[in-house]
Ligand binder design. Structure first.
Ligand SMILES: [Zn+2]
Length: 116
């Protein structure tokens, strides 16, 4: 795995372990390129457990890639309920900024990790 990242503020190449850019003083953990990924976690015959695993993995990846957030297609059944409960825990731990159900049938959830 590549353990170098570029500071999105000034472009300096830094080690991933650094939390603050030594050149421009920006907080690296809070930087984002603004991208939001969309992942369907409910329409490939996933069990609730598989859907939650996909959710955890996606959020982990988006966090590492410095994305702004992720949109999960959750359908209307048990997965939707389980994901809501899981995200409430993320929010409680402050691992995400917010989450909200989207759309007329509320079959999607938008999760924000960073301000953009
Ligand atoms: Zn910088």
């Amino acid at each position: 795995m590549n353990n170098k990242i570029d500071c999105l503020q000034c472009g300096m190449t830094l080690s991933r372990e650094m939390r603050r850019c030594p050149k421009c003083d920006d907080l690296l953990d809070e930087q984002t390129d603004g991208h939001v990924v969309t992942v369907d976690i409910a329409h490939d015959r996933e069990t609730v457990r598989q859907a939650i695993t996909k959710l955890n993995k996606t959020l982990d990846e988006v966090n590492k890639d410095r994305g702004a957030g992720a949109r999960f297609i959750v359908g209307s059944g048990r997965i939707r309920e389980a994901v809501g409960a899981e995200l409430a825990t993320y929010l409680y731990r402050k691992d995400i900024l917010s989450f909200e159900f989207e759309g007329a049938n509320e079959g999607a959830i938008l999760v924000m990790l960073r301000k953009h």
